[in-house]
Design a protein around this ligand. Structure first.
Ligand code: IFM
Length: 471
């Protein structure tokens, strides 16, 4: 396979690589990012990159079903081939290492490693064992997410996350994975972005399995969080040396005016996006304001569930992308009021780095037991093109620089942020938007699978090289 990435350091423009040119990424000298123990890595997820959906005993997932349903994904794209990472993983890990990235956050495809009876699928497990061993050989810290949305379809056929039993099946899966992979994983995350699984999957139907009912969303969330809480002690028992946590996407909501109604709307936005997940995890209770927003949607909670969900965490993964400006909808909730004249990405999302700083410092005040934080995803999509063998993703470079500055500000304000993962290592299947939206710091040509390191990745590599060289 052609892979321009392994020569990443050599492809820097000569002036930049000699250090004779001030580059637009390198953080200022007083930035916490220069600390060598601040982990800088990149993230991916199984369904978005692996392909090989029916190879070596992998079973169908809800995303195979959903993406095969006409009208659900832009241009009818599916993850059937994606970045073909299942076959190209060695070159992809070489590329990651050549960029000097110190951490890699990946996810395991549940339907690849377990059959419908809960028995291990050796071929699928061996894939992850080889990959994790290679990361270890290369000295790359591994963050492994157990569930990044590819639920086995046979579990969805029995109700998916609306069925409490799925939480227990998840604990069995966590048990198998942590017995098989103990010693090769530095940090386990149970779930990626339960908000998306519950709300986009069961509340508005934009994601698999495509159901749309607020009551379903709150019940699915409860079972997802229960699954997380059941898995944490299992992971601790089987793999005591690793860190255990969960990854939440968080949203900044700002009020369109000073009116009490709009201020309340912004508060409710953040309850719906943040407190819905963080309160149960860190306070052991659901925020009651959520049920003001969605009256009558209280989930069925059994005795002991909230204690299970609030199991102590070693870290909290935070994914941040944008802010939403909102006003009161005149009833119980909020409505989006998009701001004009602001910078946006290919997704239409506003670029708003202050939101990351403000949320992190706000969480520190709200949650007395806030665990150490890793920014497990941050990045942006742009319509990147390869021109003369290069991709000049200037907006992404500026985006990353500004968001890393926001992280530095949060650290200086006392928030314990220990690392940052770029989303994403490479362009990939962006869910309902298919392959059109490019989030990678490495470009993927889907017709040839050729990888081309974008300028953003070159500059991150340059910074990491300089940081490493410091005494
Ligand atoms: O691509 C996704 C990822 O899978 C989860 N977090 C947000 C990213 C960008 O939408």
């Amino acid at each position: 396979m052609a892979n321009d990435a392994s020569a990443a350091f050599d492809t820097l423009s000569p002036a930049v690589s000699k250090g004779s040119l001030a580059d637009p990424f390198t953080p200022p000298a007083d930035s916490s990012l220069w600390r060598k123990n601040f982990l800088l890595g990149a993230a991916t997820a199984s369904y978005q990159i692996e392909g090989a959906v029916d190879e070596d005993g992998r079973l169908p997932s809800i995303w195979d079903t959903f993406s095969a349903t006409p009208g659900k994904v832009l241009a009818g794209d599916t993850g059937a081939v994606a970045c073909d990472h299942y076959h190209r993983w060695e070159a992809d890990i070489d590329m990651l290492a050549s960029l000097g990235l110190e951490g890699y956050r990946l996810s395991i495809a549940w339907p690849r490693v377990m059959d419908a009876a809960g028995r291990p699928n050796r071929k699928g497990l061996d894939f992850y064992k080889r990959l994790l061993n290679r990361l270890k050989e290369k000295g790359i810290t591994s963050f492994v997410t157990l569930y990044h949305w590819d639920l086995p379809q046979h579990l969805e056929d029995r109700g998916g996350w609306l069925n409490r039993d799925t939480a227990y099946r998840f604990a069995d899966y966590a048990d198998l994975m942590s017995r098989e992979l103990a010693g090769t994983v530095d940090a386990w995350a149970t779930l990626n972005e339960p908000w998306c699984s519950a709300y986009l999957g069961y509340g508005n139907g934009h994601h698999a399995p495509g159901l749309a009912n607020d009551r379903f969303a709150t019940q699915a969330m409860h079972h997802l969080l229960l699954a997380h809480g059941l898995a944490i002690p299992v992971l601790r028992g089987n793999d005591p040396a690793s860190q255990k946590g969960i990854v939440a996407n968080i949203g900044r909501g700002t009020a369109n005016s000073d009116s009490a109604a709009d201020q309340r709307a912004a508060h409710l936005f953040e309850v719906q996006h943040n407190a819905w997940i963080l309160d149960p995890l860190l306070k052991g209770e659901y925020p009651q304001d959520l049920f003001e927003l969605w009256p009558g949607t209280e989930p069925l909670v059994l005795d002991g569930d909230m204690r299970t969900i609030a199991a102590p965490l070693d870290f909290l993964g935070i994914n941040y992308y944008f802010r939403t400006n909102v006003a009161s909808d005149g009833a119980h909730g909020f409505r989006d009021v998009p701001l004009e004249g602001v910078e946006r990405t290919q997704m239409g999302w506003e670029v708003y780095p202050d939101g990351l700083r403000d949320l992190l410092t706000g969480f520190k005040k709200t949650y007395r037991n806030l665990p150490p934080i890793y920014i497990t995803e941050n990045g942006m999509a742009s319509d990147d093109k390869v021109i003369d063998g290069h991709v000049d993703d200037a907006q992404r470079i500026s985006f990353l620089k500004r968001h890393l500055a926001a992280v530095d500000q949060a650290i200086k304000a006392g928030v314990d942020v220990r690392g940052y993962f770029l989303w994403s290592l490479m362009d990939n299947f962006e869910w309902a938007f298919g392959y059109e939206r490019r989030f990678g710091v490495v470009h993927v040509d889907y017709s040839t699978q050729k990888r081309t390191v974008k300028r953003s990745a070159e500059l991150v590599a340059k910074f990491l090289k300089e940081r490493k060289a410091r005494v």
